[in-house]
Design a protein around this ligand. Sequence first.
Ligand SMILES: *[C@@H]1O[C@H](CO)[C@@H](O)[C@H](O)[C@H]1NC(C)=O
Ligand SMILES: *[C@@H]1O[C@H](CO)[C@@H](O)[C@H](O)[C@H]1NC(C)=O
Ligand SMILES: *[C@@H]1O[C@H](CO)[C@@H](O)[C@H](O)[C@H]1NC(C)=O
Ligand SMILES: *[C@@H]1O[C@H](CO)[C@@H](O)[C@H](O)[C@H]1NC(C)=O
Ligand SMILES: *[C@@H]1O[C@H](CO)[C@@H](O)[C@H](O)[C@H]1NC(C)=O
Length: 437
Amino acid sequence: MELLPQRLSPLVVLLLATPLFVGAPSLADDATSSLHPVVLVPGNTCAQLDARLTDEYEPPTPGCGMPKQGRGWFRLWDNFTALQEDPALLPCHADQLRLVYDPVAGDYRNMPGVKTRVVSFGSTRSFRFDDPARKNVCMEGLVDALEGVGYREGANLFGAPYDFRHAPAAPGMASKVFSDFSSSFKLLVERASERSGNKPVILVTHSMGGLFTMVFLDRTHLAWRRRFVKHLVMLCLGAGGSPLNMWPLAFNAASPPSSLPGTVLTYGNRSFASMFSLLPSPKVYGDAPLVITGAKNYSASNMAEYLAAVGLSEEQVALYRTRALPVTLDIRAPLVPMTSINGVGVPTIDKLVFWDGNFSAKPQLVNGDGDGQINLQTVLALESLIRAHPDQGYFKSILIPNTTHKGMISDEFALKRVVSEILEQIKPPHDTGTLIN
Ligand SMILES: *[C@@H]1O[C@H](CO)[C@@H](O)[C@H](O)[C@H]1NC(C)=O
Ligand SMILES: *[C@@H]1O[C@H](CO)[C@@H](O)[C@H](O)[C@H]1NC(C)=O
Ligand SMILES: *[C@@H]1O[C@H](CO)[C@@H](O)[C@H](O)[C@H]1NC(C)=O
Ligand SMILES: *[C@@H]1O[C@H](CO)[C@@H](O)[C@H](O)[C@H]1NC(C)=O
Ligand SMILES: *[C@@H]1O[C@H](CO)[C@@H](O)[C@H](O)[C@H]1NC(C)=O
C-alpha cells in the first residue's frame, strides 16, 4: 500500500543497503530448469512512470511547461534526484501526476496534454528506486532472493508493474488503463510459460498488486487460469482494505504538499482512482466505528459520508460508490492453488480519532493486530471467503510473527520463508491448513 511512505534515518538506510544473504541453497542447473517461471506484481506506487507533455498541457506555473530535455519522455514518478536538485519542480510533477475523471468517457485519464507510460513492463528492472526512503518497498529484495536460488530475469523471472493511480472498475464500467494492463499481464504470463517449456507460472504479489491480480484472474476464463497459473502466492493483503487508507484521504489538499515525503495521494491531490480500492470493506468492518469524532462516527458502511466530510466532491463520492466499492465487495476465490502469507504482531491502525473533527490535524491512532498496514481481521476474512468456495482446491495461509508490510519483502527471515514457499510449488501440493510461522 505504501500510501504513507516513511522517511528512514540514514543509519537504517545504510543497514538496509547491505546485501541480503538468503540462506536457501542455490539450485544446480538441472534443478534450475525445473523451476516454474515467476511473475512478480508489486504494491502501490511501485511502478515508475514516464511522462511526455504536448502543446495541450497548461502548466500551473510557467516553469512547468518545458522539461529541461525538451519534449521527450522524462521520469515523472519517482524522480527523486531531480526533485532534490530542484524543489521548484515539485508542483510541476504533482500537477502532471494528477488524474481527472472524464464523465463522457466514463473513465479516468491524465491531465490534458500529459502522456504517461509504465517503465519496463515485463521486467523487474524498474523495481529499484533512487529515493533512499523507497528502498525495499517494491520487491527488489525478493528479486535478489529469487536470483539467489537460480531464477534469471527475462528467462524465468518477470515483473508486472502497473499504473498505480488507476484501478479496476466495477464490471461494465470503463477502466482502459486496467484493461490494457490486464491484456499485457495475460500475454506476459503466456510468454513466461512458453519460455519455460510451457510450464505454468507462479504469480507472486505484494499488497495492492494482489488486488489487481485477483481481479485480473477473476476476469479470465477458468480454463486459461488452470492452464497458465501454477500457483498464486499473495503477500500482505486481506479481503477488506484497511482503515489506514482513510487517513491520507483526510489530508486537506487545498495547498500543494511542501515536500515529496507527503503521501503520494496528496502529491496527486486525491485524484487517483486507486485511492478508493483499499478502503475498508463493509463486508468485513460493517458498522464498526473506524473514524471517531466528538460529533459523529464513520464506519465502512457509511464511508460515503466520511468521504464527503473530508471534502471530496459529490462526483468523487459517486465514483467510490459505483466504481470502486462493487470491486471490493466482489473479491472472490481465485480458483487456482494459492498461498496467502501475511505478517502479524505489528501494531496496525484500526481506528482514527479526530476528537474535534478537524481532519487536517494528526489523529490519535488506535491499533489492532496486523503487519502495520494490513489488519489481521481482513486476512482472516480473505481466508474464510476463499475456504468457503467449493471449487478453490489448494489453499494455505501462513502468518509470520513480527513481520511488517515491508519486512515481508525485505527481512531475511521472511524472504527465506517466501522463497521456500515458491520453491515448494515445484513439488506436488499436499495438505492445506493455517500455519503460524
Ligand atoms: C526528472 O525530471 C526532470 C524534470 O522534469 C527531467 O529533466 C529529468 O530528465 C527526469 N529524470 C529522468 C531520469 O527522466
Ligand atoms: C486540488 O483539488 C481541488 C479540487 O478537488 C482543487 O480545488 C485544488 O485547487 C487542487 N489543488 C492543487 C494544488 O491542484
Ligand atoms: C463513536 O464510537 C465510540 C467508540 O466506539 C463510542 O464510544 C462513541 O459513543 C461513538 N460516538 C457517537 C457519536 O456515536
Ligand atoms: C486543524 O488542524 C490544522 C493542523 O494541525 C491546523 O493548522 C488548523 O488550524 C486546524 N483547524 C481548525 C479549524 O482548528
Ligand atoms: C517480536 O519482537 C519483539 C520486540 O522486538 C520481541 O520481544 C518478541 O519476542 C518478538 N516475537 C516473536 C514471536 O518473535
